[in-house]
Design a protein around this ligand. Structure first.
Ligand code: IPM
Ligand code: MG
Length: 351
């Protein structure tokens, strides 16, 4: 099979972790007789520096022409500490999500048996956790009207959802629940927010189309608590953009490291695969960042291309590296810490 993948390394540790994912994917391609054609393109602070724009049109064209997009990370402290900056790397990320129509962000959370004691949570709570968040990604407060009033002394952000937006996300949630354990949790704040009441009403209306799926409705604050108390009680969770952003960072604690959790963003056009972690600027260029989240995102990419065996080959070799202690410093406690590039080389060789 011929695969055309757009490669958006971005900022911070993005380029380093992306390099490892490319090594591993190329090893998979060799083993299974595929041909991957990588097309790099600029995003984030790197793109602002080069062309003054965090998601340039040229990059959008590269993405549209690809079968899938593999993305590293976006963000640079130079902008975080400057509230007056007019152009920010994160705007590129939001623009990319919107322009590519990536409305469903799939963020799985699972545990690795060999890492279970690395989690700050007790083994008996988290053992066997296997849940997946479907985070709405192109609506809500991230994209609502915002601004200042009263000479800059009042600020507002608005959260707006349409029934169409909720329906298409929830549909993916129901479909995923049907393929898993037929359990769906709709996370909202319907006791306070009107937009949440629309979510709840819409999902309730859809229940009749999926009679086998048992749906629960839970408030986001309660989910934040139960997620780390009883992660095993969840399977598929659907939620709006901001709640999903927060809860998926929280959920990553269950796996023991943020450097492990992959994601896929699906929608109307081409799909995009990226680690859930950020650009981790403190580690940039040091060859110490954990590349596994990006590599496991590439596994999701293969899965979605119908290449399940290839995806499994990646997961198997990742499992093996964890068991054998070929890990970066975030996971190496009393053992040797390997460099980012060494982990990538090891995985590629053992594929
Ligand atoms: C994420 C990130 C982004 C978000 C930031 C970098 C804008 O935290 O992908 O979860 O909030 O969506
Ligand atoms: Mg986030």
């Amino acid at each position: 099979m011929k695969l055309k993948i757009a490669l958006l390394a971005g900022d911070g540790i993005g380029p380093e972790v992306i390099d490892q994912a490319v090594k591993v994917c190329d090893a998979v391609a060799t083993k299974f007789n595929h041909q991957i054609n990588w097309t790099p393109a600029l995003t984030g602070a790197a793109a602002i520096d080069a062309v003054g724009e965090p998601y340039p049109d040229a990059t959008h064209e590269v993405c549209l022409a690809a079968d899938a997009v593999l993305f590293g990370a976006i963000g640079h402290p130079r902008f975080d500490n400057d509230p007056s900056a007019k152009v920010r790397p994160e705007q590129g990320l939001l623009k990319m999500r919107k322009k590519l129509g990536l409305f469903a962000n799939v963020r799985p959370t699972f545990t690795f048996p060999s890492l279970i004691d690395k989690s700050p949570l007790k083994r008996e709570r988290i053992e066997g956790t296997d849940l997946v968040f479907l985070r709405e990604l192109t609506g809500g407060i991230y994209f609502g009207e915002r601004g200042r009033q009263d000479n800059g002394n009042t600020a507002f952000d608005t959260c707006t959802y349409t029934r169409v937006e909720v329906t298409r996300l929830a549909k993916k949630g129901f479909e995923m629940a049907m393929k898993r354990s037929k359990k769906l949790c709709c996370v909202d704040k319907a006791n306070v927010l009107e937009s949440s009441r629309l979510w709840r009403e819409t999902v309730q209306d859809m229940e009749k189309d999926y009679p086998e799926v048992s749906v629960s409705y839970e408030f986001v604050d309660a989910v934040a608590m139960r997620l780390v108390q009883w992660p095993n009680s969840y399977d598929v969770l659907i939620t709006e953009n901001l709640f999903g952003d927060i809860l998926t960072d929280e959920a990553s604690v269950i796996s023991g490291s943020m450097g492990l959790m992959p994601s896929a963003s699906l929608g109307e056009k081409v799909a995009l695969y990226e680690p859930i972690h950020g650009s981790y600027p403190q580690a940039a260029g040091k060859d110490i960042a954990n590349p596994l989240a990006t590599i496991l995102s590439a596994a999701m990419l293969f899965d979605d291309q119908g290449l399940a065996e290839e995806a499994q080959a990646i997961r198997t070799v990742v499992d093996r590296s964890l068991t054998e202690g070929i890990v970066t410093e975030d996971l190496a406690e009393n053992s040797k810490a390997y460099k980012t590039s060494e982990v990538g080389d090891w995985l590629a060789t053992h594929i």
